[in-house]
Design a protein around this ligand. Structure first.
Ligand SMILES: Cc1cc2nc3c(=O)[nH]c(=O)nc-3n(C[C@H](O)[C@H](O)[C@H](O)COP(=O)(O)O)c2cc1C
Length: 269
């Protein structure tokens, strides 16, 4: 068993690196420590050639090297600092390259992952977990734990009383068995651990990350297993999204083009 640990902070000897080193020291023979800062990642230019022409991305950077370094392991631990309520831009830039990554990961078997966000103890981290977990879901991982540890100055995170959750998370990875989601009542979505819900009507809400509906009860939200197992990140739903929407946008656009040109001309754009 090899567990990739992806550290996503540029700050040397900072809190994310400290957690990475903590894991590496305790479980060294299992760990493949990866630093996002060692990889050059360019911004997606939206050319869509990876989708419509099935070509490798033309951007000359380390994206494929990074994806290979991550996916060659049997599991992943993602560690990222919180920047302005959410993840640092470089990690988002990797997520934005999802269309060209999809070809590589779509047929891989489902592997477990955990995410550990690091934030200052000031209640400024509401989008950290959802964004970190969008990265994991986009890469096809099953998220089996996800939490924030708090610490501002470098190394301060070691004082967080919840540090033990790191060890617990690794044990969950070691004991992982892939099985369907089960119905549950929880304050967070079982698919992506998001706690920010959209209100639909009456007691019905949904998780905006995975689109699973949930129903407010006295002691939390009820998630039904049927809905959980049909969330938008399942292999079937992703395939459908690519084949029925993304690939078809080309024909759709061709049909709309005369109208677009007409409107542009009318607006003198
Ligand atoms: C640019 C920047 C923005 C930050 N924004 C937030 C924030 O919105 N919420 C928060 O809790 N912490 C924020 N922090 C604090 C970091 O998340 C915190 O110090 C973390 O421990 C950094 O991890 P590192 O030492 O691995 O880089 C910010 C830090 C930086 C440098």
């Amino acid at each position: 068993m090899k567990i990739g640990v992806l550290v996503c902070s540029n700050r040397k000897k900072g809190n994310c690196e400290t957690i990475g080193n903590y894991i590496n020291k305790k479980f060294s023979n299992l760990i493949n420590l990866i630093f996002l800062r060692d990889f050059e990642i360019k911004e997606c230019n939206g050319c869509m050639r990876c989708v419509f022409k099935n070509e490798k991305c033309e951007l000359n950077d380390d994206l494929y090297k990074l994806i290979d370094e991550i996916t060659k392991n049997d599991a992943l631990i993602l560690i990222a600092p919180t920047y302005v309520l959410t993840i640092p831009g470089k990690l988002k830039m990797v997520i934005d390259r999802f269309l060209c990554i999809y070809e590589i990961i779509k047929d891989l078997k489902i592997k477990p992952a955990i995410s550990i966000g690091v934030a200052s103890p000031i209640d400024w981290d509401q989008f950290q977990i959802p964004f970190m977990n969008i990265f994991l879901l986009a890469l096809g991982y099953k998220i089996i734990d996800s939490f924030i540890l708090f610490g501002a100055g470098p190394g301060e995170v070691l004082l967080d009383e919840n540090l033990y959750k790191v060890d617990e998370g690794i044990n969950k990875i070691l004991n992982f068995e892939e099985k369907p989601y089960e119905s549950t009542i929880s304050d967070k979505c079982p698919v992506d651990y998001n706690k920010n819900f959209e209100h639909l009507k009456n007691n019905k809400f949904r998780c905006p990350v995975c689109l699973t509906p949930c129903y407010l009860r006295e002691n939390g939200f009820y998630f039904d297993e049927k809905d959980l197992n049909e969330n938008r990140w399942t292999k079937e739903k992703m395939k459908e999204h690519f084949e029925e929407w993304i690939l078809k946008t080309k024909e759709r656009f061709k049909k709309l083009l005369p109208q677009i040109v007409k409107k542009k001309n009318a607006l003198e754009l």
